[in-house]
Design a protein around this ligand. Structure first.
Ligand code: CP3
Length: 346
């Protein structure tokens, strides 16, 4: 086992002794950072950016230099592996991803191609090069979208407020919908195995939209393919972190997925969650990202509040409940990281 020099993040997930609470942030390399915007201009489009190994490696590493985080998530997107199965999309400025050929009817599912690792070879290269550049100083987090969240995009064809197309497909054709989720589970298992073989120290599964389901629908549709992925991934020490937004309503089901850590939004009380989990799993989160728009004094209070709710024990990785936004101030994000490091010293 070749562990990174700073392994606070991995130790916290295993509930081993830590000197302080580790921190990294979702979307830590993003448009709020002037240096990110420079790289983004060079690449011109977001897709050129994440497919360009040199630029993606640089973007992945920015949060180490600028923020001093305890883990590096590779720079990519959850939609990256979908091109390999024949889903064509582009990122449109101010709109987000737009698919050329969304899934409209059940027969569209039969036209999807087999996933091929070679189509995402750049992701493996990015992980390898980030590790080389880091000289094993920090852990590297690989990631994928969860089947439900990806399928929601594939059917919706774009970002949606209510997911009415995806959900009506699910209600009308439940068996076909499950078949598609299962196809993605197999694809994502291979994609995660590929990332671990390339050197990822941990994997985060992003199920950003599963909280839009009723608890019953979550249990029936979103959860089984995640369980299948976690069961089938080949790993040694690498933990799997399971992220959902809208955790409160589905938490009892979510924590049966088999993950090592659960990444939660801010609409659930960390103290209540800790009692419920009773030491069986680690938790990541759960700062309300909008706290970063407030004054530093407030940021400090909210950090302390979360640290106290967890009780300064191991088992907690500090993070936001969702990603950083483009209009946040880099200076305050840096202050957040410094404050967590300062206030969580044991
Ligand atoms: O956390 C990280 O820093 C790792 C990289 C990462 C990105 N997106 C980079 C990105 C990860 C893990 C994601 C996840 C992602 N992507 C999700 C799930 C997590 C979440 O935030 O809920 C979803 C739903 C997507 C799809 C996606 N990608 C959308 C809707 C958008 C457009 C939103 C926007 O800001 O324009 C993206 C683009 C995207 N993904 C950017 C980044 C840094 C912005 C790209 C840019 O214009 O520079």
């Amino acid at each position: 086992m070749n562990l990174p020099k700073n392994d606070l993040f991995l130790r916290a997930i295993r509930w081993e002794k830590v000197e302080r609470t580790p921190i990294w942030l979702m979307r830590q390399a993003g448009r709020y950072m002037p240096e990110y915007r420079k790289l983004r201009e060079k690449a011109r489009s977001f897709k050129n950016f994440y497919k360009n190994v040199e630029l993606s490696v640089k973007a992945s590493l920015l949060p180490k230099k600028i923020l001093g985080v305890d883990a590096i998530i590779i720079f990519s997107d959850i939609l990256t592996p979908l091109e390999s199965i024949g889903m064509k999309f582009d990122f449109i400025e101010k709109q987000g991803p737009v698919f050329e050929n969304p899934i409209n009817e059940p027969s569209d599912i039969d036209r999807l191609r087999e996933f091929n690792r070679e189509d995402v070879s750049f992701v493996g290269e990015i992980i390898k090069e980030v590790n080389t550049e880091l000289n094993r100083e920090l852990p590297v987090i690989g990631f994928c979208g969860a089947p439900f969240t990806l399928v929601a995009y594939m059917i919706e064809g774009r970002t949606s407020r209510d997911f009415k197309r995806a959900k009506s497909f699910m209600f009308n054709y439940p068996d076909k919908f499950k078949e598609l989720l299962d196809k993605l589970a197999d694809m994502l298992t291979d994609y995660i195995n590929f990332q671990i073989e390339s050197g990822a120290d941990a994997i985060q599964i992003f199920d950003s939209w599963a909280g839009y389901l009723t608890p019953d629908d979550y249990k029936e549709f979103a959860l089984p393919p995640i369980k299948k992925i976690i069961q089938n991934v080949k790993r040694d020490y690498q933990p799997i972190i399971h992220f959902t937004k809208g955790v409160a309503g589905i938490v009892d089901y979510m924590i049966t997925s088999g993950a090592d850590a659960y990444s939660v939004d801010w609409m659930i009380d960390l103290r209540v969650l800790k009692e419920k989990l009773n030491g069986s799993f680690a938790v990541q989160g759960n700062l309300d990202p909008t706290v970063l728009y407030a004054d530093k004094k407030v940021i400090r209070e909210k950090v302390l509040d979360i640290l106290n709710k967890w009780g300064m024990e191991s088992g907690h990785v500090f993070n936001l409940g969702h990603g950083l936004s483009p209009d946040m101030e880099e200076d305050k994000v840096k202050y957040l990281v410094d404050t967590v490091k300062e206030l969580s010293q044991r």
